[in-house]
Ligand binder design. Structure first.
Ligand SMILES: [Zn+2]
Ligand SMILES: [Zn+2]
Length: 345
């Protein structure tokens, strides 16, 4: 099979083409696994964290990519949940232990043995991928393959972030950064919390205009003061300045949810501006969001089909993965980026 492979980690600045097009042996599904013929794979900022070493893949070389849509090509001997030809999705959660206290109480996203697609097992920047069948999801018919891909990470983790804010209808929400995840959260919020106003903060005018098109009440720059104190804020940026600014915009008793798997160190000095009375006092809370549980993915897919939430998608051929990642790094973004993998045999 053809795949885009990561051989070594390092800054994209030094190597703007970190992935190499390679011919790899076709993977073989284990007893409880599916072999999936990949049709589309979403491009996520987490791939940049892996490539640049902020979050090391557990082995190299590795195939990245954790927003996979494709059809079941073959099944292991004991895999019975899907049929050959079924359309399935694979998300960041590749497997968990199933026995620890986190797994038993529905927090499998915090399991010590959490294995991630495209980090601890080969992912979807390839023509074929394998996955334990218990970690595959049926894809609602309403979505094309490319539309479904970003729902699997950007959408699912956006949904988890929104749940963790504890937002109630009528309360005000801030979205800091407006990429693949936030543009889905905005659509979900308008449906679930029709009386809430959503305020979007972004460095680029293109993203601010896009946010207004999708129904944001207000859109401004990262360091602008919001028109009203915000009861909840979701941050999806890789930086620290937006955290300090967001805490300043948070209402008393409000909660900031940080939806980022890693932060970059470039502007870490911004944290020295933290002022206790202005940014933290009045019972303000900060909570991070880690990974996703299967429940987040399954529930979000159902909700997205019901609303419906349609992601805005930019498509790239598999061989152009480096180009898509570089644009993500340079913040040339409108909606979600998706690799289209076409069959060559
Ligand atoms: Zn992701
Ligand atoms: Zn566990």
């Amino acid at each position: 099979m053809r795949a885009m492979v990561l051989d070594a980690v390092g800054p994209v600045r030094d190597n703007p083409r970190p992935l190499r097009l390679a011919e790899l042996p076709d993977p073989v599904p284990l007893r409880d696994e599916l072999l999936v013929r990949v049709s589309a794979c979403g491009v996520c900022h987490t791939e940049l964290d892996e490539i640049e070493g902020r979050m090391q893949p557990s082995r190299l070389p590795i195939v990245l990519g954790h927003q996979i849509v494709g059809r079941v090509e073959a099944r292991g001997d004991e895999a019975r949940a899907f049929r050959v030809g079924d359309r399935v999705g694979v998300a960041w959660i590749y497997s968990v232990c199933g026995n620890c206290s986190f797994c038993r109480r529905g927090q499998e996203n915090l399991c010590d043995d959490f294995r991630a697609t495209g980090r601890d097992a080969n992912g979807g920047y390839a023509e074929l991928a394998t996955v334990p069948e218990a970690f595959a999801y049926p894809i609602p018919e309403i979505f094309t393959d490319a539309e479904a891909a970003p729902l699997l990470c950007a959408g699912a983790i956006g949904y988890r972030s929104l749940r963790l804010t504890g937002l109630e209808d009528g309360q005000s929400l801030g979205l800091v950064g407006f990429g693949a995840s936030a543009h889905l959260v905005l659509q979900l919020t308008r449906h679930r919390y029709p009386r809430s106003r959503t305020h979007v903060f972004s460095r680029t005018e293109g993203e601010r205009a896009f946010a207004r098109e999708l129904g944001a009440s207000w859109a401004g720059d990262i360091d602008d003061t919001s028109p009203e104190p915000l009861d909840a804020i979701i941050d999806t940026t890789p930086a620290w300045t937006p955290i300090v600014e967001a805490l300043g915009n948070l209402a008393p008793g409000g909660r900031l949810v940080i939806n980022a798997i890693r932060k970059e160190d470039v502007d870490k000095n911004a944290l020295l501006r933290l002022d206790y009375p202005a940014h933290l006092w009045q019972e303000k809370e900060i909570k991070s969001v880690a990974n996703v549980a299967r429940r987040d993915v399954a529930e979000f897919l159902r909700l997205a089909a019901e609303v419906p939430i349609k992601p805005e998608v930019q498509e790239y051929p598999l061989e152009e993965a480096n180009h898509a990642l570089l644009e993500l790094k340079q913040k040339i973004i409108r909606g979600a980026k998706v690799l289209r993998i076409t069959r060559t045999i």
